[in-house]
Design a protein around this ligand. Structure first.
Ligand SMILES: CC(C)(COP(=O)(O)OP(=O)(O)OC[C@H]1O[C@@H](n2cnc3c(N)ncnc32)[C@H](O)[C@@H]1OP(=O)(O)O)[C@@H](O)C(=O)NCCC(=O)NCCS
Length: 146
């Protein structure tokens, strides 16, 4: 079984997704194998996933669900990680996003490998922590059918 999905040049990165985060993992983020700890990747994906919902929720929100999370390839110290996101669903009080993570390997810069993809749902909440409706006035999300 292959251990590396096909590297792609920068021009083949998603053009219809927004780059919401770039980060380089550090040695303190590794597991016992020397690869990056999955929980660290999940935390970054949660932060990255929150970026687009934050733009529409206009106020307090919380992560309610990680619907899917796939670690396709290991992440290594020194990789430059790029997080791309797009909104897949807007509900009454929640917004769901798809996040794709690409690693530019330290040893192969200019080439990108998809290492992770995930789907997360965020809920707009009021001051008491209860769900509240997403403001719909002026809501225009690229690529999402009205
Ligand atoms: C977020 C929270 C306020 C939602 O409360 P709730 O009583 O579950 O609310 P509801 O059942 O009315 O659901 C609210 C929205 O979340 C969605 N939702 C709830 N559970 C879900 C799940 N398991 N998967 C996907 N979406 C879910 C609902 O579909 C609804 O969306 P919609 O209005 O767009 O249709 C509550 O679950 C909470 O406080 N959770 C903890 C959040 C948190 O601390 N996150 C950080 C993790 S450490």
């Amino acid at each position: 079984m292959s251990t590396e999905s096909s590297p792609r040049p920068e021009s083949a990165l998603p053009q219809d997704r927004e780059l919401v985060l770039k980060v380089i993992p550090m040695p303190a983020d590794t597991n016992g194998n020397g690869d990056i700890f999955g929980g660290w990747v999940m935390a970054q994906v949660d932060l990255a996933g929150a970026v687009l919902p934050a733009r529409y929720v206009r106020g307090r929100m919380a992560t309610v669900a990680v619907n899917q999370f796939i670690f396709k390839q290991p992440v290594r110290v020194g990789d430059i990680l790029s997080f791309f996101s797009h909104v897949t669903r807007v509900g009454n009080t929640s917004i769901t996003v798809q996040v794709e993570v690409f690693a530019e390997r330290f040893s192969a810069q200019g080439q990108y490998v998809k290492v992770t993809e995930a789907s997360l749902t965020y809920v707009a909440i009021d001051n008491e922590g209860r769900p509240r409706p997403i403001p719909k006035d002026g809501l225009n999300i690229p690529g999402l059918a009205a």
